[in-house]
Design a binder for this molecule. Structure first.
Ligand code: TYD
Ligand code: MG
Length: 461
């Protein structure tokens, strides 16, 4: 037997090279290369060809007008929060990747989904590649999920999994997790990019051929990426990220990619003793600790997450620094954005922060990406630095330009409605040019203060 030829593969993006590299030239990450065996594609193809995929006709191609349109039947998870993120439920025959840190609740969410779907007379096969079936049973009992149509199997080998799927012909498949599944035809170790890529490829073909709706669970690596994220993301139909803080029970589900819906939607859950419970009104929860609070450096901003508006509290703390370079810490907001806002405050408002540390935190563990949060961040920093409080009943939003101008935001009406619903009575917002919108928001019943400059906003806090 000859010596096995090897190659070095970046475990983040799949870049291949003949020798070890410290930094990946493609994705720029360090120490991501591992050695894998070189295989020619004929060997790998063997198990895919055994799946016997048939061409549409003798030639293999068809006129597009003759192709039967996919009806895209949606399967409801019976959890509104999950369905919304998916764009109205799972599309039959689609493959969805659920990614998140270990212990965040991926298996819990999928098991609850499996329970709800099995109650709709669908057969489900749950592949436990990480835990024993007895461990899954324990969790299932806790979640009240030991239902009739739910089958479990402890299996890591994809070829065996294919055989079981062919026997059971399930409507729904769960693979927990993709990093623990391997193909016998690949020489690389379990969890390597080659293995993950090949196994996902096979599952994708299976789901399309037999019309099996599939969820694959993927762990996130230390750097916060799904192992081999680039290679997986483009293959699957939908990528959902499950996020949350380690010591908090709030969990946020976010679509990063969705071939059948919008990617901006979020779902909010709370991890309780009996599993994940949907949070229908997250703003209430995020603001629940705020009662009777009169400290400086806190603002409330309405942010849009897909079709929904959430009210979030932004906290800032400034203080004299013992270091030559002051610290800037941004939790939940972009670091560069914070620096830009601080620069505008220094230049346009005259707030001297060069000897001050600045800490920013968004309560609830949500990352705020919207530029409309700028005004909330700026006012939080300013009130902390000057040790004043912003009016308790006020929300604010608007993007801040480099000249200190406040730029308009999308969907002002939805933001004001959410604020009004939660008892806020004042809103500092960007100037509105359209009379039509002006008329509409006047009816909401909240005092509106339109500002065009950061200095105007400060006069009104
Ligand atoms: P799990 O779904 O196993 O996480 P993952 O699959 O993402 O690794 O969830 C593990 C955590 O969830 C564990 O710390 C216990 C907690 N948990 C609850 O709080 N309530 C529950 O009903 C269940 C099933 C788990
Ligand atoms: Mg798990």
């Amino acid at each position: 037997m000859g010596k096995i030829k090897t190659k070095w593969v970046c475990q983040n993006c799949g870049y291949e090279t003949a020798s070890y590299l410290g930094k990946c030239p493609d994705c720029g990450r360090y120490s991501t290369f591992t050695e894998e065996a070189v295989q020619n594609s004929v060997e790998i193809k063997s198990n895919i060809s055994s799946m016997n995929i048939k061409p549409v006709n003798d030639t293999g191609y068809t006129k597009i007008k003759d192709v039967a349109a996919d009806k895209s039947i949606r399967i409801s998870s019976r959890m509104e929060e999950l369905d919304r993120v998916l764009g109205g439920g799972f599309v039959e025959g689609s493959l969805c990747l659920l990614a998140g840190d270990p212990g965040i609740g991926k298996s819990t969410l999928t098991l609850q989904t499996a329970r709800n779907i099995s109650e709709q007379n669908k057969t489900i096969l749950y592949i436990c590649a990480e835990e024993s079936t007895a461990q899954v049973k324990l969790r299932a009992q806790r979640l009240n999920a030991d239902s009739e149509n739910l089958y479990v199997t402890q299996q890591n080998c994809i070829e065996e999994i294919i055989a079981q799927i062919e026997k059971l012909k399930p409507d729904f498949l769960v693979v927990d997790s993709i990093q623990s599944v391997f193909s016998a035809s690949i020489l690389s170790s379990t969890g390597s990019v080659s293995q993950i890529r090949e196994c996902t490829n096979i599952l994708m073909r299976l789901s399309k051929q037999f019309n099996i709706t599939t969820i694959i669970i993927g762990h996130v690596t230390k750097e916060g990426n799904i192992a081999g994220p680039k290679v997986l993301e483009h293959m699957v139909d939908c990528v959902l990220n499950f996020e949350g803080e380690k010591y908090k029970t709030i969990r946020i589900l976010r679509a990063i990619k969705n071939r059948f819906g919008a990617v901006s939607e979020v779902g909010v859950f709370n991890m309780e003793d009996t599993g994940l419970v949907e949070v229908k009104n997250p703003s209430e929860l995020f603001l629940s600790d705020r009662e009777n609070q009169t400290t400086s450096g806190s603002t409330i901003i309405p942010v849009l997450e897909g079709t929904r508006c959430l009210l979030l509290e932004i906290q800032a703390l400034t203080g004299a620094t013992p270091y030559p370079n002051p610290r800037r810490v941004a939790r939940g907001v972009e670091y560069d954005r914070l620096l830009q806002i601080l620069a505008v405050l220094e230049k346009r408002v005259g707030l001297n922060l060069s000897k001050q540390d600045v800490y920013i935190n968004v309560i609830g563990g949500i990352d705020v990406m919207e530029p409309a949060a700028d005004l909330g961040i700026a006012l939080a920093v300013l009130t902390s630095a000057r040790d004043i409080t912003i009016n308790q009943n006020t929300v604010c939003f608007g993007e801040i330009g480099l000249n200190g101008e406040i730029r308009s935001a999308d969907n002002i009406e939805a933001r004001l409605k959410e604020a009004q619903k939660l008892g806020f009575r004042r809103a500092i917002i960007p100037k509105i040019n359209s009379n039509r919108i002006k008329e509409r928001i006047q009816k909401i019943g909240i005092e509106i203060i339109e500002v065009s400059k950061i200095t105007d906003a400060i006069k009104n806090i």
